[in-house]
Design a protein around this ligand. Structure first.
Ligand code: DGI
Ligand code: FE
Ligand code: FE
Length: 196
């Protein structure tokens, strides 16, 4: 019988977030939703579950720490990441997945690396993680969430398009700096939707 529950990584993530039960609940929920979406879209189930558990493994670092870890590991920092260093938790998370959690799987690391801004030509696994991060059941930041929770299982590209559109609108309304990667990813899905 197949057992997709990864005890070792689950235990490490429990230890990592021992004093942040909300974050722990979030990553477990992202893993569960990623697993379900992976089943729907024919993506490796273990990769999706592990990517979900690990995607925020660098979230508990300060902005200063994220910058210094990036610098000392030759992770290039963009202008936008200097303005909003929390964005680096995605790139640093991918590094930690490899080095601290021994994930020797580029698909998982790539999905973690682009889980906050997205990127042009994302893999299905990356799309799944991005969507699960936005839609997991603990999230309540948008009126559209329930509609998107149904849509995610029907039309993954349209779901990406709407999430990116909503995120950009949110960032603009709060006058937050926008990472060019987020804009490029939005334009990429906009083109896909328009060319249908
Ligand atoms: O780590 P999580 O909170 O679970 O989720 P996440 O990694 O998707 O990060 C969400 C935050 O990232 C949210 O507050 C919006 C922000 N974000 C996404 N794209 C951009 C961005 N922030 C800036 N400044 N610019 C972006 O383009
Ligand atoms: Fe994150
Ligand atoms: Fe997250």
């Amino acid at each position: 019988m197949n057992n997709h529950f990864n005890k070792e990584i689950y235990a490490k993530i429990n230890d990592l977030f021992w004093n942040d039960k909300k974050r722990l609940a979030h990553v477990i929920a992202v893993a569960d939703l990623s697993f379900a979406l992976a089943a729907r879209y024919g993506v490796n189930l273990d990769d999706a579950y592990i990517a979900g558990l690990l995607h925020d493994c660098a979230k508990n670092y300060s902005w200063k720490e994220l910058i210094s870890i990036s610098e000392s590991n030759n992770i290039p920092i963009t202008e936008s990441e200097y303005k909003s260093p929390y964005l680096l938790h995605a790139k640093v998370g991918a590094l930690f997945a490899k080095e601290k959690y021994n994930i020797d799987n580029n698909d998982i690391c790539e999905a973690i690396e682009c889980h906050t801004t997205g990127k042009v030509q994302m893999s299905r696994l990356s799309e799944i993680l991005f969507i699960a991060d936005y839609l997991e059941p603990n999230r309540k930041h948008s009126e559209l969430l329930d509609e998107l929770r149904y849509l995610a299982f029907k039309d993954i590209e349209m779901t990406m398009y709407i999430i990116l559109r909503e995120s950009l609108n949110h960032l603009k309304s709060k006058h937050l700096p926008i990472d060019p990667m987020t804009e490029d990813t939005f334009s990429y899905y906009e083109r896909i939707i328009e060319s249908r």
